[in-house]
Design a protein around this ligand. Structure first.
Ligand SMILES: Cc1ncc(COP(=O)(O)O)c(C=O)c1O
Length: 399
């Protein structure tokens, strides 16, 4: 018996694969500051649990495959406020943005097809593309200009005869790069000229800083036939465990393909959909307060990291991640050291090694992704531990 070639090619998630080692360290009494995963500590708005407590069905029944109408309507209301007009038929509710991505790849890729993406990118895209028989073709952007990639020349260079789509995460994970509406137009025009789908992952949409404006590919109605929006309540409402997302498109043929798969898996959790629908009724002040909190966290961790000799990182414009270059040859080896050998007063720190966020083999080995999802004082301590860990690592003769 043998596993599929597809699965054999897949990697374990670099965000999660060191968790068992961290758990072991924690069981031995070490405190680990987790900067490895995008799981915010901001409280989920109470509206979520209030709605679930008020929901008292006699039977927890299947819902519609496309999603509960009350959630679809809540999503329509949210999008209207950001200038995107939708109807229920444009939205299919999914089990997290992850399922929206997986279904979208399955919907548009054939064996050997490629999806263009600026690297480093959210590592699970490699997994989703492989599941659909495809792969990611990297657009190599540069840290020096904040990983900007909406440049026609750069895009043309990364095109291959097998390219079917360009996927954009904005605000970006793991770089924090933010596309402006003009950038989005450049990408859509390029996609139109080469007849590509545009997959727009905007799960961090509200998290843009320093006066940057919220922008969505959905606002560019002239490209609506090729744009696929991926969305989720996970980050916007700090509700990662609710597992509710959606795929949005005005292309009826695309949606009909997604619906076949949605019907195949019956429906997403109805209880979580009830809670998610209520989340969309939070006042605008909620978004503002959360945005300010993340912006302050970004400033805190960036200032602390800049104090560590040899560390290089740009201040990102959005989301809640930073790609950071460390003065080590192998960020995975250093992470193992932090988890198994190092502590300062019983405490250590954990991050996600960044090499798995690249499609190009062999790059990013000295880079890490940090998620600034902890309170400011915890971020300060986490950065301090990183600095102390580096000193101890080097003192042992490691490069
Ligand atoms: C860019 C991006 N897209 C999609 C997801 C999937 O999130 P979820 O399945 O929780 O909605 C994540 C999760 O971290 C992400 O960072």
């Amino acid at each position: 018996m043998e596993l599929s070639k597809r699965v054999q090619e897949m990697q374990f998630s670099p965000i999660r694969k060191f968790n068992p080692i961290a758990i072991e360290a924690e069981q031995k009494g070490k405190k680990v500051y987790h900067l490895n995963i995008g799981q915010p500590d901001i409280e989920t708005p109470p509206e979520f649990m209030e709605a679930i407590r008020a929901y008292e069905p006699k039977v927890i029944a299947y819902g519609e495959s496309g999603g509960l109408p009350e959630l679809q309507d809540a999503i329509i209301g949210y999008y209207k406020k950001i200038g995107v007009d939708l109807e229920r038929k444009n939205i299919i509710v999914t089990t997290g943005g992850s399922e929206a991505l997986m279904m979208s790849f399955l919907n548009i890729l054939n064996e050997g097809d490629q999806v263009m993406m600026a690297e480093p990118f959210y590592t699970n895209y490699n997994t989703f593309a492989l599941e659909a028989g495809g792969s990611v073709a990297p657009i190599t952007a540069s840290a020096d200009d904040g990983y900007q990639y909406a440049k026609r020349e750069l895009l043309e260079k990364s095109l291959t005869p097998n390219t079917k789509a360009i996927a954009c995460i904005s605000p970006g994970n793991p770089t924090g790069n933010v596309l402006t509406l003009d950038d989005m137009k450049v990408i859509c025009e390029f996609a139109k000229d080469h007849d590509l789908w545009v997959m727009a992952d905007e799960v961090y949409r509200e998290f843009v800083y320093d006066g940057r404006k919220l922008a969505s590919f959905g606002q560019l109605s002239e490209y609506a036939d090729r744009v696929i929006l991926i969305d989720s309540v996970s980050k916007r409402f700090s509700a990662c465990g609710a597992r509710i997302g959606c795929v949005i498109s005005k292309n009826d043929e695309f949606m009909s393909g997604i619906m076949k798969m949605a019907q195949g898996r019956l429906c997403s959790s109805t209880i979580d959909q009830i809670g998610a629908a209520a989340l969309y009724s939070v006042p605008d002040s909620y978004y503002k307060a959360v945005n300010e909190e993340y912006c302050a966290r970004r400033d805190t961790i960036h200032a602390e990291l800049m104090k560590i000799p040899g560390v290089v990182c740009q201040k990102p414009g959005g989301a809640f991640y930073m790609t950071v270059k460390l003065p080590v040859e192998d960020a995975e080896d250093f992470l193992m050291f932090l988890l198994t050998e190092f502590d300062d007063n019983g405490e250590t720190v954990m991050y996600a090694p960044a090499s798995g966020f690249y499609a190009t083999k062999g790059i990013g080995k000295d880079e890490i992704r940090i998620a600034y999802i902890l309170k400011k004082e915890d971020l300060k301590r986490a950065a301090e531990l990183l600095g102390l860990g580096l000193k101890a690592y080097k003192a042992k003769g490691n490069k």
